[in-house]
Design a binder for this molecule. Structure first.
Ligand code: ATP
Ligand code: MG
Length: 647
């Protein structure tokens, strides 16, 4: 990538946004030297962050590194659940709201730390009663309800790694994950609410486990009261068994390197990988970044919209915020039910102060139009976050203006299931931001952009995003497949972790993630980032969302092909196609001009809302479709195929 010319229009996005002094003078981190001191001695930096947790026994050594296998806080003993609950019970925080829950139908629950502790210890006893021991993996397949948090923490309490499977996954995807994890106990619900309808869940479990011989017990939370088949002995109701079980359960003393959970990646680039995270380093990473990046204050109402089934849900709904004693908001339903202002209504109602969501959601809000947030009081908000994909400058500005009302810092956070916690993001009190860039690596994190040979690119250059030193919340391995761990992450560049993402580093050292390296398009020897072309297309007032791929082309090597969805009220026409092509050419250059633009009703996305460009490439090149097990809506693909858009 170093020698090829790189085409980018991001250069002109050099508008700097400095934190407001009313924000920065109250920020948790005000001293810019934090970057330098953590650079000089990163182990010491992370040790300081780890000391903010509760340890039953301190570590002997901060880091033991036999590349690529790391051990952090060697021989330290702690428990993640103890850190998220018990330690908050000593003072007044015991009566603080830990969870504010809004159900899809408008029902509400508030759980204090004390309430949560009681329920979690009770469920930990239920699990122990079922013979679940330290090291046994429990599969959780639940909607976004408080029981999802309760059961995760109960697993952590007794040292049973959890494997949370997103509630929107099919029986087949669930079966694969249960088999891989060899779970004996599954936790699910009868169903969940979605746009006013009860969607069954338990029936998926029944189907999945008919092929999973390891499963002995299924615990079923009653949520919708849809009819379910309960298999005698095997299936038990959560509320019934809880009634019979006492609260109060001793924590398992866990080693820092004992497994906390397994989680499968989103499957954007291929078959999902079972990522393994351990206890001490992971908790250190998530608690530290949650406090610093979101500038958490004691009285914040913090809302991360991610589902518990994704890493963002694990790290920034459950473990980070609760380790910090925060009040978290959990919402069960959809953003457009009963109205397209449901999110803004919730923010208004609960006075949410920190809001963390994904670009895919922001682009959807843009598509619906700004009148929806306009009618709501969003004055409680003080910080906004973004995660999951590059946020195109257009969406950033929309978010900043219409949700943040121009007042709130926006933190764009780059990280992965594998990194466990945020790696590149601004510290909102001290780091000026540029819309579209996730800014600089956090203190103690050594992210860089390198060329083909692993040499750092010069300022302004593009290349591969890597991490050069171990970090506490890094994945330890791929479940049951250490070779895949080595091959996928540690083989491309000697001694460095390869993220799979391409990025540009600008003259201020700011990082601009340009998408997956597999998605970078090579037109006649010029490298064009899919993210840049998409960004240019989304700037156009007619376009809601865009996905850009390179398809093979006899002369140019690859040709740019774009798929677009339109904003509400816009009608597709040939003139619009020409207009869009010209717009891209004007914005980025003639080489980036799409060869064809295809109007799509919807784009294929993973269940976590990311665009699956590899499937669009398969369509454009007429190939057999790759792994689609994590595709949100298979009908999107058949619709695209029906239009015979294969070129
Ligand atoms: P798989 O690894 O199975 O293909 P996935 O990479 O989509 O799935 P995740 O771990 O959920 O699974 O996503 C991490 C990826 O999301 C990153 O590698 C990056 O491509 C993208 N990403 C996350 N946050 C950002 C961000 N703020 N800016 C740009 N890209 C981001
Ligand atoms: Mg990935």
């Amino acid at each position: 990538m170093n020698n090829a010319k790189t085409i980018s229009h991001y250069e002109d996005e050099e508008q700097l946004f400095f934190p407001d002094s009313s924000f920065s003078t109250r920020a948790n981190i005000q001293n810019t030297q934090i970057y330098d001191s953590a650079w000089v001695d990163y182990k010491n930096y992370w040790m300081g962050e780890a000391q903010k947790l509760h340890w039953f026994k301190p570590w002997d050594k901060v880091l033991e590194w036999h590349s690529p296998f790391a051990q952090w806080f060697v021989n330290g003993k702690l428990n993640a659940c103890y850190n998220c609950l018990d330690r908050h019970l000593e003072g007044w925080r015991r009566n603080k709201a830990a969870i504010i829950f809004e159900g899809e139908l408008g029902d509400r629950q508030v759980w204090t730390y004390q309430d949560l502790h009681r329920e979690v210890t009770r469920f930990a006893n239920v699990l122990r009663g079922m013979g679940v021991n330290k090291g046994d993996t429990v599969t959780i397949y639940l909607p976004m309800i408080p029981e999802a948090v309760i059961t995760m923490l109960a697993c952590a309490r007794i040292g049973a790694p959890h494997s949370v499977v997103f509630g929107g996954f099919s029986a087949g995807a669930l079966r694969d994950r249960i088999s891989d994890a060899e779970s004996r106990v599954i936790i699910t619900a009868d169903g969940c609410w979605r746009r006013g309808k009860a969607i069954p869940l338990k029936s998926n479990v029944d189907e999945a486990i008919s092929q999973c011989p390891t499963v002995e017990k299924v615990v079923v939370v009653q949520r919708t009261r849809v009819e379910v088949k309960m298999e005698p002995v095997r299936d038990v109701w959560y509320h019934e068994i809880m009634r019979k079980t006492p609260a109060g359960c001793q924590c398992e003393i866990m080693d820092a390197e004992d497994v906390l959970f397994i989680l499968y990646t989103s499957g954007t680039t291929g078959k999902p990988k079972g990522i393994v995270h351990t206890t001490g380093g992971y908790l250190t990473g998530v608690a530290s970044t949650h406090r610093n990046v979101f500038d958490l204050k004691e009285d914040d109402v913090y809302w991360c919209t991610a589902d518990i089934g994704w890493i963002t849900g694990h790290s920034y709904v459950v473990y980070g915020p609760l380790a910090n004693g925060a009040t978290i908001l959990i919402f069960e339903g959809a953003p457009d039910y009963p109205g397209k202002d449901r999110f803004w209504e919730i923010i208004e109602k609960y006075r949410v102060s920190i809001f963390y969501t994904a670009p895919t959601a922001i682009r959807m809000f843009m598509k619906w139009g700004e009148s929806w947030p306009q009618g709501r009081d969003l004055s409680s908000l003080r910080l906004l976050g973004s995660v999951g994909e590059p946020i195109n400058p257009e969406a950033w500005h929309w978010y900043h203006k219409n949700i943040g009302r121009g007042r709130c810092p926006v933190v764009d956070t780059w990280w992965q299931t594998e990194t466990g916690s945020i790696m590149v993001a601004p510290l909102p009190g001290i780091t000026p931001v540029k819309p579209g860039s996730c800014t600089k690596p956090l203190p103690g994190v050594f992210v860089d952009v390198v060329d083909e040979n692993g040499k750092p690119v010069v300022p302004g250059g593009s290349g591969y995003l890597v991490i050069k030193r171990p970090w506490p919340s890094m994945l330890r391995t791929v479940y049951k497949d250490p070779q895949r761990y080595i091959d996928t992450y540690w083989s491309r560049f000697a001694g460095m972790y390869f993220t799979g993402d391409g990025a540009k580093k600008d003259k201020h050292g700011y990082i601009w993630v340009r998408g997956r390296v597999d998605d970078i398009i090579n037109v006649s020897g010029h490298r064009i980032g899919s993210a840049e072309v998409e960004s240019a297309l989304v700037e156009h007032p007619a376009v809601a969302e865009a996905a850009v791929i390179g398809r093979s082309h006899e002369l140019k090597g690859q040709a740019v092909t774009a798929f677009v969805t339109l904003r509400e009220g816009v009608i597709w026409a040939t003139e619009l196609e020409d207009d869009l092509k010209n717009h891209v050419a004007k914005r980025i250059g003639g080489l980036a001009r799409p060869e064809e633009i295809i109007y799509a009703g919807e784009l294929p996305k993973t269940r976590s809302g990311k665009i699956m460009r590899r499937l669009l490439r398969d369509i454009a090149e007429g190939r057999v479709m790759g792994d689609i097990s994590t595709l949100a809506d298979p009908s999107v693909i058949s619709q695209l195929l029906e239009r015979k858009i294969a070129i």
